[in-house]
Design a protein around this ligand. Structure first.
Ligand SMILES: *[C@@H]1O[C@H](CO)[C@@H](O)[C@H](O)[C@H]1NC(C)=O
Ligand SMILES: *[C@@H]1O[C@H](CO)[C@@H](O)[C@H](O)[C@H]1NC(C)=O
Length: 405
C-alpha cells in the first residue's frame, strides 16, 4: 500500500512540476510567389474534445482537474489565440460553448463564425440541446466575408439515398455526424504577398468545409459512405455557387473550385476514406465497404465507372499533413494516430508551411501516457497550415454569387 501511495505521489509531483512542452516547430514548405498577386492565409483544424466525452472512465490517466471544462476551455482558447489562424475549424464544440464562449471571445479578436450541432439536437428538449456538440467555422472578417453556409447531415442523406438498402438504413442512417460548409469570399486584405490584384479578382470564392466523421473502427464502411456523401454535397454546392457567377451557360468545374476540407475523419492514412479524398477515386470492392450492399445507392452519390469499377469525386485534393510530419493527431493511452486532416485544392493552393508535432522526447521524458494533459487541453492536437492561393475567378465580385437558400 505504501509503495502504491509513493508511486501516486511521485506521479502527482511530476504532473505539477513537469516542464512545459517545447513550442511546436514551424515546418517551412515553400516561399510565396513574388511575381503575381496571390492570397495567403492560415487554416487551423482542431477537435477540442467536448466536456460530455471527457469522462474519468475514458481518460483515467488524466487527473480530474485537468479534465474540467473550465480549465480546458481556457487553454483551448489560448491555443487558438496564440496561432491566430485566418480560418479556424473546430469539432466537438458544444452548442452553448459556441454561443456563450467561443463566438463572443473570438468576435473580440476580429472573427465571425458559424456553427451547427449534430443532428440529434433536433429531437431534443431545449435544456439538453445546449450540450449537443457540433462543428464550427470561424473566419477573420478583415480577410473574408461569408456568402452562405450549408449544413450536411449524413443521416438525412443516407435516408434520401437508401433505395431499400438495409445497410444504408441500419448502419449509415443511424449515425448523426455532420459536415458544415461555408462559402467564403476573399477581401482585399487576403491578398497579402505584396502585389495588388486586379479589382475584378479581389473576391475569390473559397469553399471551406469541416466534418466530423463517425468514430467507431468497426464501421469503416460508414466512414467511407459518409465521406462520399460529403464530396457529393460539396460538388453540388460548387456547381450552384460558381456556376451562377461564371459567364451564363458556363458549366462550373469543381476541379477548379478552391476547396478547403478540414476535419476529424477518424481514419488513418491507409484507410479508404483518405484514399478516396486524396486520389479522387475508390474501388467499388474496397475492403472498407465490407462487401455490404451499398453499390446501387452509391451510384447515385458518386460518379461510377463500370470499366474501372471505381467511384470518383471531381475535386483534386492533397493533404497538408501526413505521418511524415505528424505521426499522430489523436494521442490517448489506447490509441495514437493521425486521424485529423486539412485537405486543399492542389491545382490552386500551395502550402507554405505547417505546424509540426509536440516534441516526442517531451512525452517520453515526462512519461505522458496520453492527452488531455496539464499543458495539452484536448486528446487531439491542433493542425495549422499556411496556404498560398492563386486566383481562378475573375468577374462580378461580391454580388455575383447566388446565395443558396
Ligand atoms: C481519440 O481516439 C480514441 C481512440 O480511437 C477515441 O476513443 C477518442 O474518442 C478520440 N478522441 C476524440 C476526441 O475523437
Ligand atoms: C496522395 O496522392 C499522391 C499522388 O497524387 C500520392 O503521391 C500520395 O502518396 C498520396 N497520399 C496518400 C496518403 O495516399
Amino acid at each position: 500500500m505504501n509503495r502504491f501511495l509513493t508511486v501516486v505521489f511521485i506521479f502527482l509531483v511530476r504532473l505539477v512540476t513537469a516542464p512545459l512542452p517545447p513550442m511546436r516547430p514551424w515546418v517551412p514548405l515553400g516561399h510565396p510567389d513574388r511575381n503575381r498577386p496571390t492570397c495567403i492565409f492560415t487554416v487551423m483544424c482542431y477537435n477540442v474534445l467536448c466536456d460530455k466525452y471527457a469522462t474519468r472512465q475514458m481518460y483515467g490517466y488524466c487527473p480530474s482537474w485537468v479534465l474540467k471544462w473550465e480549465y480546458r476551455r481556457k487553454s483551448i482558447l489560448e491555443e487558438i489565440r496564440h496561432y491566430s489562424a485566418d480560418i479556424i475549424s473546430l469539432q466537438e464544440v458544444e452548442t452553448e460553448q459556441f454561443y456563450n464562449y467561443f463566438l463572443p471571445e473570438l468576435k473580440r479578436d476580429g472573427y465571425d463564425g458559424i456553427f451547427s450541432p449534430k443532428s440529434r439536437a433536433k429531437t431534443m428538449a431545449e435544456s439538453d440541446r445546449r450540450y449537443v456538440d457540433g462543428c464550427a467555422i470561424f473566419y477573420r472578417t478583415a480577410k473574408f466575408s461569408l456568402v452562405y453556409d450549408h449544413l450536411i447531415e449524413f443521416n438525412q442523406l443516407a435516408l434520401a439515398n437508401a433505395e431499400g438498402s438495409d445497410d444504408m438504413l441500419n448502419r449509415v442512417m443511424t449515425k448523426d455526424n455532420i459536415g458544415l460548409a461555408a462559402l467564403l469570399e476573399t477581401k482585399e486584405a487576403a491578398w497579402s504577398n505584396g502585389i495588388r490584384p486586379d479589382p475584378s479578382q479581389i473576391h475569390q470564392p473559397l469553399l471551406v468545409c469541416t466534418a466530423h466523421i463517425h468514430w467507431d473502427p468497426q464501421y469503416c464502411d460508414v466512414k467511407l459512405v459518409q465521406t462520399m456523401m460529403l464530396m457529393n454535397e460539396l460538388k453540388q454546392l460548387t456547381q450552384d455557387a460558381v456556376g451562377h457567377s461564371f459567364r451564363p451557360g458556363h458549366k462550373a468545374d469543381p476541379s477548379h473550385t478552391q476547396l478547403l476540407l478540414c476535419g476529424d475523419f477518424n481514419s488513418l492514412l491507409d484507410s479508404g476514406v483518405i484514399e478516396f479524398l486524396n486520389s479522387s477515386r475508390i474501388a467499388a470492392n474496397h475492403p472498407d465497404f465490407k462487401e455490404l450492399g451499398y453499390k446501387s445507392c452509391l451510384q447515385k452519390i458518386a460518379p461510377f465507372s463500370d470499366k474501372t469499377n471505381e467511384f470518383t469525386h471531381p475535386f483534386r485534393l492533397a493533404t497538408a499533413y501526413t505521418t511524415d510530419v505528424m505521426p499522430y493527431s489523436n494521442y490517448t493511452y489506447d490509441f495514437k494516430g493521425l486521424i485529423d486532416y486539412i485537405f486543399y485544392s492542389k491545382n490552386t493552393m500551395v502550402p507554405l508551411g505547417l505546424l509540426g508535432p509536440v516534441d516526442a522526447e517531451w512525452f517520453r521524458e515526462n512519461k505522458v501516457l496520453g492527452c488531455p494533459h496539464r499543458d495539452i487541453p484536448s486528446d487531439h492536437f491542433s493542425l495549422l497550415v499556411e496556404l498560398e492561393m492563386s486566383p481562378t475567378y475573375s468577374g462580378l465580385g461580391s454580388n455575383g454569387f447566388i446565395p443558396r437558400r
